[in-house]
Design a protein around this ligand. Sequence first.
Ligand code: AMP
Length: 354
Amino acid sequence: MNVIRLKDVDLKSDDVSITTLCSHTALQIFHGAKYEGFKTVGLVESSRKWFYELFSNLIDEFIVVDSWSEICSSRVITRLRELNSVLIPHGSLVEYVGLEQVMNLPIPIFGLRSLLTVESNQHSKMELLSRAGIAIPKSYRFDDPIDTTVIVKLSGAKGGRGYFVASDNDEVAVKVNKLLVSGIIKDVSDVLIQEYVIGVPAYFHYFNSMVLNRLELLGIDIRYESNVDGLRRLPNYVLGNITPTFNIIGNLPLVIRESLLPTVMRYGMNFVDATRKYLPPGIVGPFSLESIIKDDGSIVVFEFSGRIVAGTNLYTQGSPYSSFYWDEPMSMGRRIAREIKLAIQAGKLSEVLT
Ligand code: AMP
């Protein structure tokens, strides 16, 4: 039996369970893990267990918690270790469990754990993109003169909640002050003030394979957000003082002009290189660059996610792009499981975990 030691855990590589929080992209992750023959473990809040039990064909064992903080308890950690769990991070992990707790969780995580820290801060996130040589929107400090429409963002994977647009310094000051007074932020530096880029939003789903030594583009989506995407249904004269909000509701599939794909791939490769340089050993597995494509065809990236994104839920049977790499239905969830399987076969499991 092959045993690797990681995070003080002896992981039996021929008995790995794919584990994730029952939220976000969990069904896709379990579905993909089953395709690849893995045992699956769902960490679930008691109030949501009934829902995930409807998919008990995908989930071999539940570990039930009354609140997400219990994930760090010795009861849960002990059981996860007994099950040889590899934890797959997704957008709810840091949001529900907390960054510090996730960083210290004594369970192997698939992918680059340190990227979750960078991702949870809007400023460090944009800095990594910029260092990667990827075109990003202009950022403003609180006191900088604002000469265009801006979007003001809070930190964390809140799915756009609480963001607002503003057109001048007074409007920014009034709205940021409200956030300060209500305690949502502690300091003006807690918000990111960014140029609002006009164009078509496009979110690229990449997978960086350590085992196959290649970057794959597995899909693209466009998000559907409330109320900004509903506003176009109303004529301008009734819009009046309705302000756009950016709560993500769902995702729609997207393919883009093939002539745009070289830039998309170059950005993805640049991002991988930047993580290798600044966050060694660099990213393994899924990540997303979130962009606006402008009318001149240039692509401006306003955000990244260093883990699987919810837009991949569109493609449980593969996407128009995954078909170019894989002659079989290849979702992002399945691709994660495939990478773990290939790494186990190559004796490289420790290289895809942190
Ligand atoms: P985020 O949390 O950064 O993914 O942003 C949530 C949503 O806000 C995005 O899906 C976009 O619709 C919108 N958004 C964020 N940043 C920008 C930007 N710089 N320009 C235009 N729209 C943006």
